[in-house]
Write a protein of this length. Sequence first.
Lengths: 250, 268
Amino acid sequence: MLGIYLTALVLLPIAALLVKSSTGGLGAFWREVSNPEATAAIKLTLIAAVIVVAINAFFGTIIAWVLVRDEFPGKKIVNALIDLPFALPTIVAGVVLLALYGNKSPVGIDVAFTRASIGLALLFVTLPFVVRSVQPVLLELDRSMEEAASSLGASQFTILRRIVLPTLAPAIISGVALSFARALGEYGSLVLITGELPFKTEVGSVYIFGQIQDENLPAAAAVSVFLLVIALLVLAVLGFVLRKRSQHVL
Amino acid sequence: MSFRKYGVRTVALGYLALLLLAPVAMIFYRTFEHGLSPVWSSITQPNAVHAFWLSLEIVAIAVPLNTAFGIGMALLLERGRFRGKAVLGTLIDLPFAISPVVVGLSLVLVYGKTGWLGDWLAEQGIQVIFSVPGMVIATAVVSLPFVVRETMPVLRELGIDAEQAAETLGASAWQTFWRITLPGIRWGVVYGVVLTTARALGEFGAVSIVSGRIEGQTQTLPLFVQDRFENFDPTGAYTAAVVLALLALGTLLAMNLLTRRTHRKVAV
């Protein structure tokens, strides 16, 4: 029963995708991926994902820090709200961002149909990943090490650089990996806010969607597989780095 | 020292306010800025009502299926002994690494008219793509890993002592499952079900592809939001979005209550 369900839902569809992307051989696959519009969309997706992930690593760690080490009224509510982007439907995320940062923006910031909108939407939907992976590690982090360093005369910055960040690094990396994979495939939150303009704001998933609508399934399948392979590679490489590190520490 | 502390707090909370809080607050304001009557008329229009019930119908089928599968698969991965366990685990997680759009595409390639099973399904008179069955499948795929992933750690923590004791005392495997295992893992399962439901209600990309987006027929609530927005009916879009946002806030509340129940790791 479990096998049939898994086959119908995951195995068979993935197999069909792989077969579709490779029916014309490597040459056909490459032609689809190197189509100018496809290449532009893939490049844009990768660049946006890298930028967003870097911002996430920084702000995600700071937010986790504040949630664990700081005390302020309403902290519990802020902590609960971190998961909102996971609970909120992606299309609603797009509408929500447009309500404040769209063409009728009450604060005069209109990012609709610009490349900045891609970053904004991706930052919104990937916000919880780094926070939620750093938070538990920070909670377990033994403060006596920091206190020892401090009493030995280490500056705040040195303690951060030599003690705190190295301990948090694996958690930051795994949060970054999840954000990256999510950013590569994100669709719903980008549909309305980016305007889906080819060569300007069209990311990979939007390009794939367009090819499906045009019944150009080989092109859709090729770009899908290409982006999927990148996502899995990044997850695998970062997973390998994490395992290496943990062995090193032990 | 305190300047540094307040500085970090201001940066963190300011970022959250600009990215998360202000936009969400804004949508509530935008929805109700012209009073309640336009909200009421857009929430009661036939297509909105239909989309709402269709979303619930899909959730009502996909979530129980994924729950049964999730518990079974968690038991298999946690208690079973066989080769290729890691591969199976990776396969279960795959829907999280794949774009919803790619999920939709791969389902079309299997169940669509020109797909692998297209001819056979047509002979049986079953339409999957561009109809509700396809939307249920798409929803089930994207929310597949939640129950498995939330149940496995609880199952590990539960251990097998009580199960073995029950077995020794002559309980059948079925009795052991209903009387010992399931009560022991129920909060983990419920947490997984909450996440599955939230994801299922909000799924957009995969459902968009397999549904064909036919108004009043295969339009779920998230698809209705897009349709209203693109047809210059912001109130309609905002209202439906607010309904979904309220459901999401309800999910958050449920998650937090359950976190206390299960003593999960993120406790503040």
